[in-house]
Design a protein around this ligand. Sequence first.
Ligand SMILES: *[C@@H]1O[C@H](CO)[C@@H](O)[C@H](O)[C@H]1NC(C)=O
Ligand SMILES: *[C@@H]1O[C@H](CO)[C@@H](O)[C@H](O)[C@H]1NC(C)=O
Ligand SMILES: *[C@@H]1O[C@H](CO)[C@@H](O)[C@H](O)[C@H]1NC(C)=O
Ligand SMILES: *[C@@H]1O[C@H](CO)[C@@H](O)[C@H](O)[C@H]1NC(C)=O
Length: 592
Amino acid sequence: MAAMQAPRMARAHFTVLLFLLPILLTGASPPPDPVTCTHGTSDCTVTNTYGSFPDRTICRAANATFPTTEQELVAAIAAAAEAKRKVKVATSHSHSFPKLACPGGRDGTIISTERLNKTVSVDKAKRLLTVESGMLLRDLVNVAADAGLALPHSPYWYGLTVGGMLATGAHGSSLWGKGSAVHEYVVKIRIVTPAPASQGFAVVRELVVGDPDLDAVKVSLGVLGVISQVTFELQPRFKRSVTFVTRDDKDMVEKLAVWGGLHEFGDVSWLPRQGKAIYREDDRVDVSTPGNGLNNYIGFRAQPAVGLLAARVAEERLEENGTDIARCLAARLPAVTFELQAYGFTNDGVFFTGYPVVGFQHRIQASGTCINSHEDNLLTTCTWDPRIRGPFFYQSGFSVAVSKAPAFVADVQKLRDLNPRAFCGMDAKMGVWMRYVKASSAYLGKPEDSLDFDFTYYRSYTEGTPRAHADVYDEVEQMALRKYGGVPHWGKGRNFAFDGAIAKYPKAEDFLKVKERYDPDGIFSSEWSDQVLGINGSSPNLVAPGCAIEGLCVCSDDSHCAPEQGYFCRPGKVYKEARVCTFEQTRLVDEL
Ligand SMILES: *[C@@H]1O[C@H](CO)[C@@H](O)[C@H](O)[C@H]1NC(C)=O
Ligand SMILES: *[C@@H]1O[C@H](CO)[C@@H](O)[C@H](O)[C@H]1NC(C)=O
Ligand SMILES: *[C@@H]1O[C@H](CO)[C@@H](O)[C@H](O)[C@H]1NC(C)=O
Ligand SMILES: *[C@@H]1O[C@H](CO)[C@@H](O)[C@H](O)[C@H]1NC(C)=O
């Protein structure tokens, strides 16, 4: 959908009850820190903002450090390099679903860039803005706006740090100009890497346009060192004009092929069960165009905790004991509610009076008000706050070459037509959100012009619990990644999606050579990053009983599903090469 986020962000995860509650509260407890240490800054655990990695484990680190200057950052890395201790950057805004924030082993150090969030310099004439890597996107776009400048593209969730956006290749939606990825607007990076003793165990490397290493550092999964400062080349400030148009999805396949060319910031959200597509017509307009619109996306606003709890109870009941008809009925409400409230857009910051909404880029490009407010003792929180037993979900994100995307979507429609009700779980979370991303020179950036697909779906709090119609989700994901050569978003998705992903990056070898030069001892590498990068042939799959139910493997045997509950490993229905956990009531009865 529309204003939905981003690398590690949630989409809308709402069920019926949430919308019936008047939201009058203005406070919001800020999200908890995914890094918690029991003794001051030592003996720490690391998770993500959702409080759970795909494998449901918690990572450990010996201690955490909070440099406030580049010098302190250099000292922290030098100390770790000298001791050959593992290191990783994590902040209170670690949104990546996979285990990118975990240092290797259990004795590593967390370097938080939280206090490295200052503006270093602004050059209005050259339109250059240099900031420290821990600055949030929220602050970055405001600093730019204050200087009369604009970052033309960004993810839609603003609770991400500059360093985090670069590490994971975060993007908005565009095929125009340099495209929608934040890293395309970077012209200089200062990164601190390990170094030999003769150089004091850590050095600052400054990379500018033209240096081939910049293509490694721009999207690095955090394995090359710690980015200290980033210089963006910005544009003069501009306004955007946004209109959402909901239509049936009959010609969506043809429209997807051209939509990215028609609107500079266009995206599309698809509600497969309802057969609807929500087109975001979003274009740059002159600053003189009247309008002071604001995007305060509903899904990123603070919600009353009681509503989140009730919504989850209702959702669990529907998932476990509901019928398809009941689930599908409930799934209609979120889209209706969001549409009625213009997804949280207003024409003046208060009221929505009609489309188009015209406003300055920094007020339109991203939102995330649930992270802003003062502590209110958990009366209200972000939807996904792990301290509340509220919505809990998987987040899938992958991209398929624009040239292949229409065929992929046509296949998904075929699968949908076989049993439309199996897709209600997607509608319930605002459907499949599609954004355009241009091919990048970054070694781990998109190899081709791509259409990025995102959706969130129900996750049980109990490990190994099958989901209703999990087979269609698994088939869609396997189809994208295997039949259509898609690549997973570095900051989203479950383990199986990363198996073999690196082989789809033609410049992966170049990336690994830079990694070998910058960090020969691999202190910035972890089990997860080695598996994702295919180092020594390791795989992110965790093959064990029930692994396919949790998305930790693709099933090849019934035991990878939940045969005792009637879920067996079967071929896909449209993509026959897929292997998915399929519910077979009759077989269960036979075997009992
Ligand atoms: C972190 O722990 C390691 C090993 O336990 C220790 O050598 C190092 O000095 C600690 N660093 C900080 C910043 O506390
Ligand atoms: C940096 O972070 C601090 C604490 O999180 C915050 O109060 C401050 O506003 C931030 N500074 C900038 C320039 O964003
Ligand atoms: C589903 O129904 C069973 C049996 O009535 C009950 O024990 C269980 O609590 C229900 N689950 C939910 C989430 O309501
Ligand atoms: C990869 O394998 C080589 C040779 O077996 C070994 O020396 C190295 O430590 C391994 N690297 C990792 C990251 O496991």
